[in-house]
Design a protein around this ligand. Structure first.
Ligand code: ACO
Length: 311
């Protein structure tokens, strides 16, 4: 008959309780969480690259300090999320190997280049804005360590979002050339930002089960709609035009209607054929190889200390 532990697990989930590391859980629940949390961690780590690209070229000391802090926060989020995945029995070495070997997914958004300083503003505004919408919902996810990690991460993401939006406010109140730079950046990032929420609901293989387990609390399309509704007035304040001719307020629905996301492009980037996929993976592998001597030295040092302590 049905496993009584499974019924108890589902009852906890249904009553908004949290599942904790030592609680019984279905193997598929564990696997799904490890998949999602490790992909999320990889995204944070790969996400350091497009912005790291501008640290040496930030226009003022203040902008540089903020950008350095932000990129460092992303490293912290990645490590925090790997730890959350470890509470499910995943090994960090396996997760990192999967990324390095190209077996693991990470967010498509980080395979686009940062061509101008305005891109640093746009990433904060749209990419971190989208991440917050997704992660605020995940603060109520059913797995305790993941939910708690999201609370802290959302606070830091809010700062990231503001530092980006502030860059764009300055550019849009600046010269005509600065404003054009901001518009050109928005044109390139808008659709990739909408892709961050994943495929449409009728094309999302994991959604039904993840919603039933309350790993996901809102669907991909619901979150995408929230993001569009939030972004339109922000673009209006900046005086920028969202590059979607089908975007318009729908009074009946109380939401903005918007055009079809270019899903062919999404699939290509997902398959590894985005503008920067190869470059991102190469940089990751090089960082790992360059750091090998540090890990070896730390292990040798620990072994020596242990040997000395035994004497
Ligand atoms: N980029 C890369 N892969 C994606 C993306 C995307 N934008 N959207 C969906 N996918 C992948 C899914 O991970 C899934 O892969 P898999 O089944 O091969 O492992 C596949 O496409 C099908 O999608 P879904 O069935 O919709 O997958 P899922 O239920 O996991 O939903 C979502 C995808 C919404 C991204 C979910 O995993 C999630 O909320 N993750 C946590 C947030 C996150 O990872 N954010 C990273 C970017 S934000 C940041 O780091 C600052």
């Amino acid at each position: 008959g049905p496993d009584p532990r499974e019924a108890a697990f589902q009852a906890t989930v249904d009553s908004e309780g949290k599942i904790e590391p030592k609680d019984w859980m279905p193997e598929a629940y564990r696997k799904t969480l490890i998949r999602q949390i490790s992909q999320h961690a990889h995204s944070e780590i790969i996400g350091m690259q497009p912005e790291g690209n501008w640290i040496g070229r930030a226009p003022t000391l203040r902008r540089k300090v903020a950008l350095v802090a932000k990129v460092q926060d992303e490293a912290g989020h990645g490590l925090y999320l790997y730890s959350a995945a470890e509470t499910l029995g995943a090994s960090r070495d396996d997760m990192v190997d999967a990324l390095i070997d190209g077996r693991a997914k990470y967010s498509t958004i980080f395979n686009y280049p940062t061509l101008t300083w305005a891109d640093i503003g746009t990433i904060g505004w749209l990419v971190d804005g989208a991440a917050i919408i997704n992660q605020v919902a995940l603060c109520r996810t059913s797995y305790g360590p993941y939910a708690r990690a999201m609370v802290r991460i959302c606070k830091e993401e809010s700062f990231h979002q503001r530092q980006g939006y502030e860059i764009l406010v300055d550019l849009c109140q600046g010269t005509a050339e600065q404003k054009r730079m901001a518009q050109e950046s928005l044109n390139r990032w808008w659709w990739p930002a909408l892709m961050m929420f994943g495929p449409s609901d009728d094309n999302s293989p994991n959604s039904a089960q993840s919603m039933a387990w309350k790993i996901k609390r809102l669907s991909n399309d619901e979150l995408r709609q929230r993001f569009v509704d939030q972004s339109v007035p922000q673009a209006e304040y900046l005086g920028l035009t969202i590059p979607d001719p089908d975007l318009k307020w729908n009074a009946e629905r109380g939401h903005y209607d918007f055009g079809e996301v270019p899903w062919d492009e999404f699939m290509e980037v997902l398959k590894g054929n985005g503008p920067c996929n190869r470059q991102r993976m190469e940089a990751r592998r090089k960082a790992r190889d360059d750091g090998a001597w540090v890990r070896e030295a730390a292990l040798a040092h620990a072994a020596k200390r242990a040997a000395r302590a035994e004497k």
